[in-house]
Design a protein around this ligand. Structure first.
Ligand SMILES: [Zn+2]
Length: 193
C-alpha cells in the first residue's frame, strides 16, 4: 500500500450518490408477493418432481436445498423486471448453486455446469411459467400510466431533496473546515518549530 491510497478515503460523502439504492427500492416496491397457499406450492413442487412433504432438493444439482433462489432478478437496470416474490420465481436451491448462479439465467447456468438434461430443463421451464403473472406487460397498459407517472414524480421529489441535503451538508462541512484550518494554524505540525 502507498501513501496516496489514502486519497480514496479523503472524499466528501454525497447523499445524491445513493440514487441507485432508491431506484432499486422503488422498483422492488412494485413487485407483488404471492400469498402462501399449500395447494399452489404442492403443485409447483410436484412439477419439479419433488415430494412437498419431504426436505426439498436443489432444483439445479439435487443436493439438499438450503434457500430459495430468485430465478429472475426483481430489478434489472434500475427498473422493475416484472418478476417478483411469486412461487414460480422461487426455486429451492443449495447455497453453492445460489452463489455461483448469481444474476445468470437459470438455463445459462445449467448449460455452463453441464446439468442441462432434457428432463431438468423441461421441469424448470414448466415451473417458472406456472401461475405466473407477467407484470411487465400489464404495467405498459394505459391503466397504469398515471399511477406509474406519479410514482416517478415521487422518486424525483426524493432525488431533489437529496440534492438539497447535499447543499446543506456542504454548508456545514465548509464551516467545519474553516474551524479546522484555524485550529491547525494554532497547532503547528510537531517538530516544525
Ligand atoms: Zn445446487
Amino acid at each position: 500500500m502507498k501513501k496516496k491510497d489514502i486519497k480514496r478515503h479523503l472524499k466528501d460523502y454525497q447523499i445524491f450518490s445513493r440514487t441507485s439504492t432508491i431506484s432499486h427500492a422503488f422498483a422492488s416496491a412494485l413487485s407483488i408477493a404471492d400469498i402462501y397457499d399449500d395447494e399452489v406450492i404442492d403443485a409447483a413442487l410436484k412439477i419439479l418432481g419433488q415430494d412437498p412433504e419431504n426436505d426439498l432438493l436443489c432444483a439445479y444439482c439435487d443436493k439438499p436445498a438450503e434457500t430459495w433462489d430468485h430465478v429472475k432478478a426483481i430489478v434489472n437496470k434500475g427498473q422493475y423486471s416484472g418478476n417478483g416474490h411469486q412461487v414460480n420465481n422461487l426455486l429451492p436451491c443449495c447455497k453453492s448453486c445460489n452463489s455461483s448462479k448469481g444474476n445468470k439465467n437459470w438455463d445459462t447456468f445449467l448449460r455452463q455446469k453441464g446439468w442441462d438434461t432434457n428432463d431438468r430443463m423441461q421441469r424448470i421451464e414448466k415451473y417458472v411459467s406456472y401461475n405466473f403473472l407477467d407484470a411487465t406487460n400489464l404495467l405498459k397498459s394505459d391503466e397504469f400510466k398515471d399511477d406509474l407517472g406519479r410514482m416517478d414524480e415521487i422518486k424525483n421529489e426524493i432525488f431533489s431533496l437529496f440534492k438539497k441535503g447535499d447543499e446543506q451538508a456542504k454548508k456545514i462541512r465548509d464551516k467545519l473546515r474553516h474551524l479546522k484550518s484555524k485550529n491547525q494554524s494554532k497547532n503547528p505540525v510537531p517538530g516544525t518549530k
